[in-house]
Write a protein that binds this ligand. Structure first.
Ligand code: ARG
Length: 275
């Protein structure tokens, strides 16, 4: 296994506290409205994640949560920002649609000049992942394939469409994580992708870290990396040593309450790529 010298770079993240988090509807297989959610615990777990980012030297901005939008804690879905350019979201399910405007409003109020309101359905970084060479784009459950061309036009970066086939991995960020966005290092779970998309991933990322099913099921691919530290669900135990072998420092997080909504570390974290 190659041992690269990894380096953390300071990041800017947008997060939304789970003050109004609940599971009252089900739009992915993880969501069961019959299961109670412990909101104070969800808040404590979320604050742990936020504080961990800050302790690592990153900037965390906070979006005001809205009582009518229980999934708003999954801030990654609200937009995608690359080179300071913002592509707004348009949600697949009506229950979340109003989150898109809340995000756009935040970007306009915070000095972002290039803000593009989308024509086609895309759920932000849920289905867009940014490496040094590409924007990887999931489709099959949420994002419209037409949003891929739209993203390519807005960002001026090549967009690679990937077909998701397993409903448990309904967003790209539940099946693939970018580990180093300067060298195109990624980890993913092949079983979430169609055979053709698996072949594309193999061709683009021959040295990728390949995750086992048990770690994918713990939502271990829903991870955030700053180039050195990789924050991921602590239950994805099989990923820790492979990450260390590649020179990363894995940090296990417990976001068990938010898992009831079908999300974890990455879903709660939108990266503002303003560098
Ligand atoms: N309940 C949310 C939904 O189904 C969870 C979104 C998780 N976010 C993510 N980036 N995968 O839309």
């Amino acid at each position: 296994m190659r041992q690269a010298a990894r380096r953390a770079t300071p990041r800017r993240y947008l997060m939304c506290p789970p003050a109004h988090f609940k599971v009252t509807y089900s739009i992915n297989p993880w969501m069961d409205p019959a299961k109670p959610v412990d909101v104070p615990l969800a808040i404590a777990q979320w604050e742990d994640l936020r504080d961990r980012y800050r302790a690592l030297g990153h900037t965390v901005e906070e979006l005001e949560p809205r009582p009518d939008l229980p999934d708003m804690v999954f801030a990654a879905n609200g937009a995608t920002v690359v080179d300071g350019r913002v592509l707004g979201a348009s949600f697949a399910y009506p229950e979340r649609q109003a989150e898109a405007a809340a995000h756009l409003e935040w970007f306009r109020a915070h000095g972002f000049e290039h803000v593009h309101e989308p024509t086609h359905i895309n759920e932000g970084e849920g289905d867009f992942a940014v490496t040094s060479s590409y924007v990887l784009a999931g489709r099959g459950f949420r994002a419209s394939p037409l949003s891929h061309g739209e993203a390519q036009e807005v960002f001026g970066r090549p967009v690679i469409g990937l077909d998701l086939i397993d409903p448990r991995y309904y967003h790209l960020d539940t099946a693939l994580a970018v580990l180093d966005d300067t060298t195109d290092d990624v980890m993913y779970y092949p079983g979430a992708f169609s055979p053709g998309s698996q072949a594309v991933l193999k061709r683009l990322f021959p040295d990728a870290l390949i995750a086992e099913e048990a770690d994918a099921e713990a939502l271990g691919l829903n991870a955030v990396s700053d180039g050195l530290h990789v924050l991921l669900p602590q239950a994805a135990t099989g990923l820790f040593q492979p990450l260390r072998d590649r020179g990363y420092e894995p940090i296990g997080m417990d976001l068990g309450e938010l898992l009831k909504g079908g999300g974890s570390v990455k879903c709660c974290t939108q990266e503002l790529r303003t560098r």
